[in-house]
Design a protein around this ligand. Sequence first.
Ligand SMILES: *[C@@H]1O[C@H](CO)[C@@H](O)[C@H](O)[C@H]1NC(C)=O
Ligand SMILES: *[C@@H]1O[C@H](CO)[C@@H](O)[C@H](O)[C@H]1NC(C)=O
Ligand SMILES: *[C@@H]1O[C@H](CO)[C@@H](O)[C@H](O)[C@H]1NC(C)=O
Length: 491
Amino acid sequence: MLTVFRLVSLAAIAVFLVDGKIATPASKGQPNEVVDVDTTGATTDTDSIVSTASQVDQKAGANTDAPPDLPPPVVSLTALDGDLVNTTVQDVTASSSNGRRSISLAKRLTAGYEQVFAGTGTGPNDRDGSIEGTAYLTYTVVDNSTYSVDKCLEFCDRVDGCVFVNLYYEFNNFLLDFVFSEKSNLKCAAYADVHTAAEKTNRGGQQLEEPPAGLTYIQQSSGYAAKSLVDPDTPEGYELVFGPTNGANNAPGYMGFAFLDRYDVQACADLCNSRGADSQGGGCQYFNIWRAVVNGNPTTYTCSMYYLVADESTAVNTGQGDLKVTQSRGYARKNLLPDGGFEGYNDCNDFCFTSGYENWKGLGAGIQDATIFHYVVYSHTGHGVGLLGSADANDDLPGTLTPSNPLQTEAGKTYSIQFFLNSDFSGPDLEKNATVEVRVSGTTLDTISPGFSHWTFHQYTFTAQGNDVLEFHGGSAPAWLFIDDVNVFQA
Ligand SMILES: *[C@@H]1O[C@H](CO)[C@@H](O)[C@H](O)[C@H]1NC(C)=O
Ligand SMILES: *[C@@H]1O[C@H](CO)[C@@H](O)[C@H](O)[C@H]1NC(C)=O
Ligand SMILES: *[C@@H]1O[C@H](CO)[C@@H](O)[C@H](O)[C@H]1NC(C)=O
């Protein structure tokens, strides 16, 4: 054990000293130890999504015992990473979705509604079924002195997220007949997705009133859908990358998936924002939301998350077996830093460094205390990387890396700073005191003292003052620190 340890530390010093001189970053010295980083990770696990979709049951309608006019429930998760669950998005994301408007499949209000299917009649022997389908929201009862289609559509206009209603009579329901004040058996059920007559699977058959009253039954079940669905609003802090198309992403940097009980873009954004970071790839930066249609019926709403931004070129998974992908959209998180990866520094093809360029500045009281390198070997991804500590070991003073322009933050909003840090260049002994401060507008969010450390992900949240200045301050040659892939997102 002792022998191994001695060999390792001797090797570290050997790497560091070339002909008795320090092989610094400025002289293209090689890091003490190069550890491979897997920054592409897994690709979308479509098999798991498809097999989970075959297990979930998100079909619902207006229960016989529910009172009318309940507020629609909050958005729920029915599966998380292949396990069936029953929990709200708010519970999973803690408080991040509080106060945010849900952004569902949206209707164009002026376009009105069109009939999707008609009822089967009101004759004594006519029997029909009501819809059991996904994205059920709530129901009301409307005046049953006539078949009040317009009243039902007005209800849909009022219910947030409603794009479809199912209007039908339900007979022999004690509550409708004798308890609820409306005294009407004409039910109008609202959904956040469009359904077809194939989903008229609730045919009644419950004994809810004392015999001789018969079993419950349904008559004249018709369906109306919004004539025109429009793109949902884009969640704050995101931009629409593509869609809607019939292809889901099959892309790298995959972080897992959740099934939602309705097509809710904001809920998916909240899940991405609160998703635990991948140790190699970082935080969630992109999501793909799509509707799974199985045998023609909407079945679930998939939210897949990624730490790499994907686009339409990988949105090639149109389905598998009976499952078809529809309404697929990709959204990327907006990075407030135009060049958080230092990739804009391109003064050479292989190796060069600078104390500043268009996007970043390196500041310090000594010589080259903060620099930007173009060198694949030093970087986390790509070829650009920032360095703290005098690049040629001219002094042991700390340096400051700061973006050339203030962040376009808005006062009062919460942001997340995410970045990777490496302090393994000089080996365990000389990196022992490696330290960096993360500062926003002069306030130190944290002082990180990682000692000898390979690439590690860090993140902090802060409340903006507006046009905030981000600074990384530290390093003391030879306790150098490399910084890469800095992102600032709205939290
Ligand atoms: C999920 O949980 C809620 C509240 O606990 C419950 O009312 C509902 O029936 C559950 N749904 C399913 C599908 O189990
Ligand atoms: C209207 O609904 C009430 C309550 O269910 C029922 O008693 C009545 O017979 C219904 N009227 C018509 C015309 O169906
Ligand atoms: C680390 O800091 C301590 C306390 O300032 C100092 O005594 C020690 O020499 C430093 N170690 C290195 C390797 O610079």
